[in-house]
Design a protein around this ligand. Structure first.
Ligand SMILES: [Zn+2]
Length: 103
């Protein structure tokens, strides 16, 4: 499922981020989805790899400006990609950080 508020893909009936089902629905291909959260320098590295693979990505500050949400928290390095790029982006994250690394 997909939570439109938190921009997260998840299994189950309730969003793990907001704990609600209010904004849950089926994602559209162009919907931004939470990929991972990394501190520097890993976020920059990951963005470079996404760029090299032609996967458009958004960080939270740019997304906040684009969709009018509240200002991002300090030091937030959440990275979002389109839903139809999410599977490939997850593979790249696995290659970069290992499959057992926390998201
Ligand atoms: Zn949510």
């Amino acid at each position: 499922m997909y939570c439109r508020k938190c921009r997260r893909i998840f299994d189950g009936a309730l969003c793990p981020e907001c704990g609600k089902d209010k904004w849950i629905g089926t994602p559209n291909p162009e919907d931004p989805c939470f990929l991972t959260e990394r501190g520097a320098p890993w976020d920059g590295m990951l963005k470079d790899v996404l760029d090299q693979n032609g996967i458009p990505h958004l960080d939270q500050s740019r997304m906040g400006a684009a969709i009018g949400q509240r200002a991002p928290l300090l030091q937030s390095n959440r990275i979002y990609v389109r839903y139809d790029d999410l599977a490939r982006a997850n593979e790249l994250v696995d290659e970069l950080f290992g499959p057992d690394a926390p998201r």
